[in-house]
Design a protein around this ligand. Structure first.
Ligand code: TYD
Ligand code: MG
Length: 441
């Protein structure tokens, strides 16, 4: 039976179509060449679960202990990692640095659909790479050609830079189209699994949210890593959002230097001027690692009928919820003010333990009171209570250099640590006497 696939949106139809009924594009139907099925049935198609081989869980170091930690000990043979990020963030650089480490173990194949060998050499020189010999470059962008020419090679690692530039001649569409990106990923995964070769697939994401972006293949690969960062500080965060071989939500922090990336074991997401109103420190967990971050808020009078809520590094919906709680339980007119919240240093936080710090930074800016090096940890409920968070002792330890720490009830008393049950008590500690006595009334 014939099968046609839309190269734009992936719509599948048994009939040819001039205009895709799903996305409305013209001339996007491509015939998929299908293998003839054996009508008699094929017993070797199935495998007894008991006879299934085992995946080697040997962990191979990437050369960066922080990245190995995020990958839970390193990369597993046959693991397919999708590394995505905006152009210029450093994907090719880190890929080449990891490639250098794998070149110690054997042949590395670097499929470069974006840059010439000269450009790659220039990067390698800049990275002061010693082991260039074991790295094979190819400008070939037909995935079938690449895989078949590696038939007899022992490959220790492969980089495909990027999935948007490689194609398979099974399909007639151009590289970068939805069907090509999916097909190339599928073939690469097949190669990785059959040969036990770890593969790094590089994918570009653009601000406009390009349709044939790496998101499309996230469900197919073992591991999804996002590279993001703050161009101003030079810090880059490699966030693992999915990992079949370990926990997700781990983060490794790097700094882009003159000669490539160096890992940062104890990054600082603070600016040092926590004395100004609107600044509060907190400690969030990204995976298994605590990060000290500085939250900044600015509350200003709104001159229109629709107050602004602008957030960087934190979910705007979370901030809106906190604004509602502050307005209701502290009887402050924050809802009618513009509120800007920023997480210093480019980290994007999702840990609800930052709630109290966000709320206090908003209150501090509104009241124009300095919190003098205050840190706060705690999740805020819709009832205005401050809830306990996990790993409180590790968070307290990370924040030990701050002036005072405001936390939900803890087991033992500590110097400089103030326990609060609700938002009102917390505001009372930071000098919000103007608001009356503490406690929920
Ligand atoms: P690149 O890896 O080419 O980004 P991507 O593949 O994600 O598009 O990185 C580009 C940036 O990195 C570029 O602005 C130059 C900078 N860079 C350094 O700062 N130091 C270095 O050693 C290297 C190789 C690049
Ligand atoms: Mg690149």
């Amino acid at each position: 039976m014939k099968k046609f696939i839309c190269s734009n949106c992936g719509y599948v139809s048994p009939k040819w179509f001039g205009k895709c009924p799903q996305c409305g594009e013209y001339d996007t139907a491509e015939e998929v060449i299908q293998k003839r099925k054996n009508r008699e049935g094929n017993p070797s198609l199935f495998l007894n679960l008991e006879d299934a081989g085992e995946i080697s869980l040997e962990r191979l170091s990437t050369g960066f202990s922080e990245l190995d930690r995020a990958f839970r000990g390193g990369i597993v043979p046959g693991q397919v990692i999708l590394l995505s990020g905006e152009p210029g963030i450093g994907k090719s650089t880190i890929a080449l640095q990891i490639a250098e480490k794998f070149a110690e173990r054997g042949l590395v194949v670097y499929v470069s659909g974006e840059e010439s060998p000269q450009q790659l050499k220039l990067r390698a020189d800049r990275l002061l790479m010693k082991r260039k010999k074991n790295i094979l470059l190819t400008l070939e962008n037909d995935i079938d050609e690449i895989i078949s020419s590696l038939r007899n090679e022992r490959v220790s690692f492969m980089v495909v830079d990027s999935i948007q530039t490689v194609f398979s001649s099974d399909l007639g569409s151009s590289p970068g189209s939805i069907s090509q990106v999916k097909n190339v990923t599928m073939k690469t995964i097949d190669f990785a699994k059959k040969r036990g070769v770890p593969v790094l697939l590089v994918g570009h994401v653009t601000k406009e949210g390009e349709i044939a972006g790496p998101k499309l293949v996230e469900h197919m690969v073992d591991t999804v890593a996002y590279f993001e960062g703050d161009r101003r500080t030079g810090l880059r965060l490699l966030k693992i959002t999915k990992n079949r071989f370990g926990p997700s939500d781990e983060v490794a922090v790097f700094e882009l230097k003159e000669n490539g990336f160096v890992q940062v074991e104890n990054p600082s997401f603070t600016e040092g001027d926590t004395d100004l109103p609107g600044n509060v420190l907190t400690c969030v967990f990204e995976g298994t690692k605590p990060f000290v971050v500085q939250i900044q808020a600015l509350v200003s009078k709104n001159r229109t009928f629709s107050p602004k809520r602008v957030c960087k590094g934190v979910d705007v919906n979370r901030v809106m919820l906190l604004i509602a709680v502050i307005s209701k339980y502290l009887r402050l007119p924050i809802e009618t003010h513009d509120v800007y919240v920023n997480v210093v240093g480019g980290l994007r936080i999702t840990d609800p333990a930052a709630d109290l710090a966000i709320a206090l930074s908003i209150v501090s800016s509104y009241l124009e009171v300095s919190l003098h090096d205050t840190a706060a940890v705690g999740e805020i409920g819709l009832d205005g209570r401050v809830r306990k968070v996990y790993n409180i002792n590790r968070r307290l330890n990370s924040l030990k250099n701050s002036g005072r720490i405001i936390v939900p009830p803890i087991e033992e008393e500590k110097k400089g640590v103030f326990v609060v049950r609700d938002l009102k008590e917390a505001v009372f500690i930071i000098g919000g006497e103007i608001l009356g006595s503490p406690g929920i009334d």
